[in-house]
Design a binder for this molecule. Structure first.
Ligand code: AMP
Ligand code: FE
Ligand code: FE
Ligand code: ZN
Length: 271
């Protein structure tokens, strides 16, 4: 079994369409792929009838605790009304935030029209990677990485934070849409958020932890798997594939999960 349970498409900040993701996943010999766009789940609609590979409808909600926390939702009802309302509201806030960031860029003599940004974004979910794309195209940075470092990263001059729901609300939103909430890439949490969150996950309705992710060392993967077992949670594994926005990450590259991951795949109906 070769799953990838964390993949982005053009519906958020990935550079592959859902159909291209399916092609790439098949070429990589994957057995299952979950489409988990940032604050968006409608990409699944384009590939729901695909054969030969299991496709899992998912989402990656941006939420907050003390810091930014990403919550994956797996096996969601991607047409759930309440979830769609949240997505539409989040998209509107993302548009307003992109406009504020363009104003900050203007203050450092970089003139970019909102039209350029909406052209760079094929879906509805405007994120910093779309701003990075335009900055690179217009010669203000040589790569996405440099665009983030100079202008877009949290500590850089043109950053504007995004309004987010809290982690408990994100988990509840996924649960009411019939999905399984999973704490995404815990290795990326800042400060003491992870230690504080762990004992509360089960009570918040979490189903799992993404123990296996390319930013995690082997030691971290083992630690997160052991924590998951202790707290009666399942583990998942995903590459967080984006295509152009994260050129060093290949689809399906995260394959360190073992037998405990197979149990999760059984629970998700992906075997
Ligand atoms: P946003 O949701 O608009 O705040 O953008 C967050 C997204 O930007 C993340 O999901 C990554 O895809 C991307 N990102 C964040 N930091 C960096 C970075 N330093 N270099 C490249 N991409 C990044
Ligand atoms: Fe992203
Ligand atoms: Fe994430
Ligand atoms: Zn992701």
């Amino acid at each position: 079994m070769k799953p990838d349970l964390h993949v982005h498409t053009t519906f958020s900040d990935g550079s592959y369409t859902p159909a291209e993701i399916v092609q790439a996943a098949k070429q990589a010999g994957l057995s299952a792929v979950a489409i988990t766009d940032h604050d968006e789940c409608r990409g699944y609609g384009e590939i729901m009838d695909v054969q030969d590979i299991k496709v899992c409808p998912g989402i990656e909600l941006a939420a907050k605790y003390n810091c930014e926390v990403h919550v994956l939702g797996l096996n969601i009802d991607w047409r759930n009304q309440k979830l769609i309302r949240h997505i539409e509201n989040a998209a509107q806030q993302r548009r307003a935030r992109a406009k504020s960031m363009l104003k900050k860029l203007q203050a450092v003599n970089i003139d970019i029209d909102m039209e350029h940004v909406t052209d760079a974004c094929e879906g509805d979910v405007i994120g910093r990677p779309h701003l990075a794309k335009v900055l690179v195209e217009k010669g203000h940075a040589s790569s996405y990485k440099e665009a983030f470092l100079r202008y877009l990263a949290k500590d850089s001059c043109c950053y504007v934070p995004l309004e987010k729901i809290n982690v408990r609300e994100a988990a509840a939103l996924i649960l009411q849409a019939g999905g399984k909430p999973v704490l995404a890439h815990p290795g990326l949490l800042r400060g003491s958020a992870f230690e504080k969150l762990i004992p509360q996950l089960k009570d918040m309705g979490f189903w799992g932890i993404e123990a296996y992710h390319p930013v995690h060392s082997n030691g971290q993967c083992r630690e997160y798997e052991s924590i998951a077992k202790t707290h009666d949670l399942f583990v998942t594994a995903g590459s967080d594939f984006h295509g152009a926005a994260k050129p060093k990450v290949a689809i399906g590259q995260e394959q360190r999960g073992g037998r405990y991951l197979e149990e999760s795949l059984g629970e998700l109906g992906l075997v």
